[in-house]
Design a protein around this ligand. Structure first.
Ligand code: GLA
Length: 695
């Protein structure tokens, strides 16, 4: 039983995962507190930590009553920290007072019911663990029972992080075309907030933090991540006297959610994970969790995709796409995706969004012929859609101007000439599901690239729409998946603006960034790899010079960077020379050999700052090991390179591509000599090394 009641202490429970233990209790005064979160404790030791608080700490009336050990500190009573729950009752009354009501314990799950009887609020704290993951899932349901309740904040929970002398945090921040840039530094005393007010996960930050004092492969790391794809807020508090806690939840500052009597609000799960073994082990544990409990089709290998966006931009024609499809098929591509520009009056980004039928001038007879041809070429068929958006210049907007997010009497500012449809409205969801379902059915589509290219603004009239919109998107994706079991969905939001565990639950891959410059992409991919698995990371090889950065990078290097995830091609194949096409076909063939290892394997970042100096990433799966090594700039001051591999069996022996056999220990402690090209004087050198464990 992974969650058990602790004997000898009332209302105390221990949740055990394979390698960790979490001990909590509901105290007499209604607070739910954490007593332990760390490596797994033997059953007999649990009773020793429960109730064991450091005594004799300097106390005063100014000091909060240990609110940083609570799982859901409320705005109420003697607390002055960041509240995870903030409510306003009838008559403007604040100060929540919860008392313990009951607990329900079922396999792997604990539900604690708390009540504020005077004003009619019921709060349930949920906790769930799995027997094959160290990730703990926690979420909250709040219900107005007798009177109306206005919620100003309802986090999925606060995660007390056991004290460490010098806590360091790791997170990612960025921008469009600059997503998931790793940021690491001392966790400041005070309140450090990462947030999105965009209605999406955002390019600027991603809803997770790791806290510890660790290196890549050593040290304890605590991680908290929120599985949510709308606006969010995560605050890490560090008190001067040393305590640390992270509270995270959906919605951003300033929103208010009104519950009428009988109405409930359930939060998305916040996920907590403690690991020993540095950021590397933490990442691998998150990837395992994603594969075991998040991704819809984790055992599949992702096909090699071709996407037409950077080849044709808005200039989509039947002949042009067919030409690209034929060239792509010859390279060994398995899935052909027609990007933006195929529908309504869409010939540029000023019109057409909302009119989801083939552009009558570009496809007078529909797209059936194109997709039939794609299938005849042996490829699957995919289509780009942006279902949450509308251009004011569209039939949809002319018919339903009230369907967009707006406030009466306020401007409707556009961004990329578009407005956001309000998915909180049932008729909008029904409309979207209708045409998506028809497209998928009529054209027997295998794939949607679901894009979302604009942040929310002027979003009214009800703040609940910030939650309901995201739920609407989830519901439609889920329903599409149920109606079309073969359909796979790629999530995109101007590149990596909506990557999170909520989205990964219903999509198979995510478009990591619009930035396809191999060098910059390496950094983006590294930041992504801290939480999310390589198999869901869509990576394309595009043209050189790169359309965004203008950088020229050799084809081999571009391929080796894109082979670190789910490989795709997005270049203008009509412009590639015969030599480049042949080289590309060879790389694709090589990728097909190694992709189960890359997509499903255990990932080790072998060091070096990706894209800035020589670096390598390694994958281990079953009996195979794949290493992708990169040196963007030749520098004669670099010592000869020996790559010390990781995660091998020390006693086992591994055969390299030349037939030489090495002990695991040798590869891990002495290292693999990287081929001599490191001294050849050219920039942008890269290599793919494959090793196989001897039976
Ligand atoms: C976004 C996506 C791109 C492409 C364009 C089409 O920017 O990230 O990959 O699909 O939209 O307009």
């Amino acid at each position: 039983m992974p969650v058990v009641a602790v004997e000898g202490r009332p209302r105390t429970w221990a949740a055990h995962t394979p390698s960790s233990t979490y001990v909590l209790s509901a105290e007499e005064d209604g607070r739910v507190v954490q007593w332990y979160w760390g490596p797994r404790l033997p059953a007999a030791a649990v009773a020793e930590v429960a109730g064991d608080r450091v005594s004799g700490r300097f106390a005063s009336g100014f000091r909060p009553d240990d609110d940083l050990v609570e799982l859901l500190p409320v705005d109420g009573g003697r607390r002055w920290g960041v509240p995870s729950l903030q409510a306003v009752y009838e008559g403007g009354v604040r100060s929540v007072e919860l008392t313990f009501d009951s607990a329900e314990l079922t396999a792997g799950r604990l539900d604690l019911v708390l009540l504020d009887p005077e004003y009619g609020l019921r709060v349930v704290l949920h906790l769930r663990v799995h027997d094959d993951s160290d990730v703990i899932e926690r979420w909250v349901t709040a219900t107005a029972t007798t009177g109306p309740v206005r919620l100003l904040r309802l986090d999925s929970g606060s995660w007390p992080v056991p004290e460490s002398a010098d806590p360091v945090y790791l997170g990612v921040a960025g921008d469009w075309a600059l997503e998931t840039q790793p940021h690491r530094g001392p966790l400041p005393v005070g309140e450090t907030t990462f947030t999105s007010r965009t209605g999406t996960t955002s390019h600027t930050a991603n809803p997770w933090i790791m806290i510890g004092d660790a290196g890549e492969e050593h040290g304890r790391v605590y991680g908290v991540a929120l599985a949510w794809s709308g606006s969010w807020r995560l605050t890490a508090q560090r008190r001067a006297e040393g305590e640390v806690a992270v509270t995270a939840g959906f919605g951003h500052d300033g929103l208010a959610w009104d519950l009428a009597p009988g109405e409930s609000l359930e939060t998305p799960p916040a996920l907590g994970l403690v690991t020993d073994g540095g950021y590397g082990a933490a990442g691998r544990a998150w990837h395992d969790y994603a594969r075991r409990h998040v991704l819809p089709h984790p055992r599949e290998v992702r096909p090699v995709l071709y996407n037409s966006w950077e080849a044709t931009w808005f200039d989509v024609t039947e002949d042009g796409q067919l030409d690209l499809a034929r060239r792509a098929a010859e390279l060994g591509v398995e899935l052909f995706v027609v990007d933006d520009g195929w529908f309504g009056g869409r010939v540029d980004d000023r019109r057409g969004l909302g009119d989801w039928w083939p552009n009558p001038e570009r496809f007078p007879d529909g797209m059936g012929r194109l997709f039939d041809e794609v299938r005849k070429l042996g490829m699957r068929a995919g289509l780009w859609v942006e279902p949450e958006m509308v251009n004011p210049d569209s039939d949809l907007y002319r018919a339903h101007p009230d369907w967009v997010l707006h406030w009466p009497g306020r401007r409707r500012d556009t961004a990329r000439n578009q407005l956001v449809l309000n998915y909180a409205r049932p008729e909008v969801r029904e409309w979207a599901l209708g045409w998506l379902d028809r497209l998928a059915g009529d054209y027997r589509l295998d794939y949607f690239k679901w894009d979302m290219n604009r942040s929310f603004t002027q979003a009214g009239p009800d703040d609940l729409l910030w939650i309901e919109h995201t739920r609407g998107v989830y519901a439609i994706m889920d329903e599409l998946g149920a109606r079309h079991p073969g359909l796979r969905i790629e999530s995109c939001s101007g590149g990596g603006g909506r990557i999170d565990f909520g989205m990964l639950r219903r999509t198979d891959v995510v478009w990591t960034s619009d930035n396809t410059d191999a060098l910059e992409r390496q950094r983006i991919q590294q930041g992504y790899s801290h939480l999310y698995p390589a198999g869901a990371m869509s990576c394309w090889v595009t043209d050189s010079p790169n359309p965004i950065t203008g950088r020229r990078v050799p084809l081999r290097y571009r391929f080796h960077v894109a082979m670190a995830g789910a490989l795709g091609v997005g270049g203008n194949l009509g412009e590639w020379s015969a030599g480049e096409l042949a080289e590309a076909a060879a790389h694709i063939a090589a990728y097909k050999e190694i992709r189960p290892v890359v997509q499903h394997g255990r990932l080790y970042r072998l060091g070096g700052r990706p894209g800035a100096e020589r670096s390598a990433v390694q994958y281990v799966h079953e009996d195979r090991v794949v290493v992708l090594a990169y040196n963007p700039f030749t520098d004669r001051r670099q010592a000869p390179w020996r790559l010390r591999l990781a995660g091998l069996e020390p006693e086992a022996r591994y055969r390299d591509g030349d037939g030489r056999v090495w002990h695991g220990t040798t590869l891990m402690e002495h290292g693999l000599a990287v081929p001599s090209w490191w001294a050849s004087g050219d920039d942008y050198r890269s290599d793919l090394v494959v090793l196989t464990r001897e039976p």
